[in-house]
Design a protein around this ligand. Structure first.
Ligand SMILES: Cc1cc2nc3c(=O)[nH]c(=O)nc-3n(C[C@H](O)[C@H](O)[C@H](O)COP(=O)(O)OP(=O)(O)OC[C@H]3O[C@@H](n4cnc5c(N)ncnc54)[C@H](O)[C@@H]3O)c2cc1C
Length: 443
């Protein structure tokens, strides 16, 4: 039985390793020159950056975490999260609702007041038995956090990262992904008592050397000879009992195909796709992320990463400090910043060329007091067209139509943009585990 895996990101490499361990014949077809997808890294002038945005290793899934720890072996460091939200020039503890003690009194009051009112309203609705699900993500935010936290943090931050109207986003995906604090924690934080939220991420791991790509290299090392880079899949057909996967020049024959490439790209590669399916694939919404890499000749504050909700702070929705993730990430005495700016076609981040974007972001961060322009010794930019799945209100209908069609053609979908789901690295590995186990059970 031969299997062609489309895409050599984290999901494709994990699947290849697991299937090869079961003795399967696999080939991984990857468009780029190197494996890794969103989990690629590079080193320049002594600074190492993750090209797909800052990546840390964390999970509630102990089996996945153990596997990752084993794969990385000694090449791993642990850090305690020190994350902030930059609000009115103040570094407020993250999650924002656990950091109310850091706010000016009038903002602290508005946040607490709104949160308590929203909680009481939710209790009353529950008691009346009339809890209709929120109609959209904006309603979920206001119902869950109240207007104070919504107006100051949740709404501007989410508008900035999704680049999509929140009232046109669904709320079905938020549980487990957006932290929901207990009322007592919010009251404690408003009273100045320390509380931690989003606990499974409070301590995270990161490779000691090589950035997050070190994880990909470690996973892929037993199967590197099965990864064929520079192969952009443009055709997937089923003929005479075999799949034939083509890049326009070469055709690979396989008994099975597992796709980890973005679902709309897979649909483009199929023949005879009904109009309804093509339309549904075209209706799936996602955004892109531009990463600006900044090397500084001096150390940075001890933060892990900082959210920048306000539009006044410029393009970045988040900045991280990779030099705080592992010692080898920057030359001795130097620090680094990775600014993530999500965007969509035609918006200001898209319209600027890379040099202009880097210059603008450095000026914006200097204006926010995050860095001094004359400390900058390295600048780089990468653009990732597939960054975040956006769950718009048509999502559930569109994804059902596309998945049903692709699966009926015998093609399996695993991974973030293949399934078109908000999966972090642990979710991709978990889905690869479950997929391979399901296959074993059927064998
Ligand atoms: C800004 C940002 C920050 C993140 N931070 C974290 C974090 O801190 N922790 C965490 O756990 N997760 C994080 N994630 C999520 C994580 O990046 C993903 O879950 C994971 O990398 C997805 O892996 P994948 O293999 O499914 O997809 P991808 O990485 O997208 O891989 C798909 C592969 O398919 C290839 N491909 C595409 N089209 C074709 C084609 N036609 N033919 C052949 N190959 C093709 C691509 O080149 C790519 O290599 C973050 C994501 C983003 C965007």
């Amino acid at each position: 039985m031969s299997t062609a895996i489309l895409g050599a990101g984290l999901t494709g490499c994990t699947l290849a390793r697991l299937l090869a361990e079961d003795g399967e014949e696999v080939v991984v077809l990857e468009a780029a020159d190197t494996p890794g997808g969103l989990c690629r890294s590079f080193t320049a002038d002594g600074f190492t950056f993750d090209t797909g945005g800052s990546h840390i290793i964390f999970s509630r899934d102990e089996e996945v975490l153990d596997w990752v720890r084993n794969v990385l072996g000694m090449n791993r460091e642990e850090r305690r999260r020190e994350t902030k939200c930059l609000f009115k020039g103040l570094y407020v503890k993250y999650p924002f609702e656990n950091g109310l003690q850091d706010l000016p009194p009038e903002d602290r009051f508005a946040c607490l007041d709104g949160f308590v009112r929203a909680s009481v309203e939710a209790e009353l609705a529950d008691a009346r038995g009339d809890v209709a699900p929120p109609a959209h993500f904006l309603e979920w935010i206001r119902r869950t956090f109240g207007d104070g936290i919504a107006d100051r943090y949740m709404v501007p931050y989410n508008e900035k990262i999704w680049k999509y109207p929140l009232e046109r986003m669904s709320a079905h995906w938020v549980d487990g992904r957006v932290p929901r604090p207990p009322l007592s924690d919010v009251i404690r934080s408003a009273c100045g008592l320390s509380t931690e939220g989003y606990l499974h991420q409070a301590v995270f791991s990161y490779p000691s050397c090589g950035g997050i790509e070190a994880l990909i290299r470690a996973i892929a090392s037993p199967v590197l000879d099965r990864v064929r880079c520079g192969f952009r899949v443009t055709g997937v057909r089923h003929r005479d009992g075999f799949f034939r996967v083509s890049d326009g020049c070469t055709e690979i024959q396989a008994d099975r195909v597992i796709s980890t490439i973005p679902l709309p790209c897979l649909v483009d590669a199929l023949d005879d796709v009904p109009e309804e399916v093509a339309d549904a694939a075209g209706a799936l919404v996602s955004n892109a992320v531009a990463c600006v890499f900044i090397g500084l000749k001096r150390a940075v504050p001890s933060y892990s990463w900082v959210y920048l909700p306000s539009p006044d702070l410029g393009f970045p929705n988040r900045i991280s400090f990779p030099s705080n993730y592992a010692h080898a990430m920057a030359p001795e005495g130097c620090g680094s910043i990775l600014a993530e700016c999500t965007y969509r076609t035609g918006d200001p981040v898209d319209s600027l060329d890379d040099g202009e974007l880097a210059q603008t972001v450095i000026e914006q961060l200097a204006a926010a007091g995050v860095l001094r322009s004359d400390d900058v010794v390295y600048v780089g930019v990468s653009r990732n067209p597939w960054a975040y799945v956006v769950y718009d209100l048509d999502y559930c209908r569109s994804i059902r139509i596309v998945r049903e069609h692709v699966e009926a053609r015998g093609i399996d979908l695993v991974g973030r943009f293949a399934e078109f789901e908000y999966l972090n690295m642990d979710g991709c590995i978990r889905h690869a585990f479950d997929y391979v186990r399901g296959r074993r059970a059927c064998a």
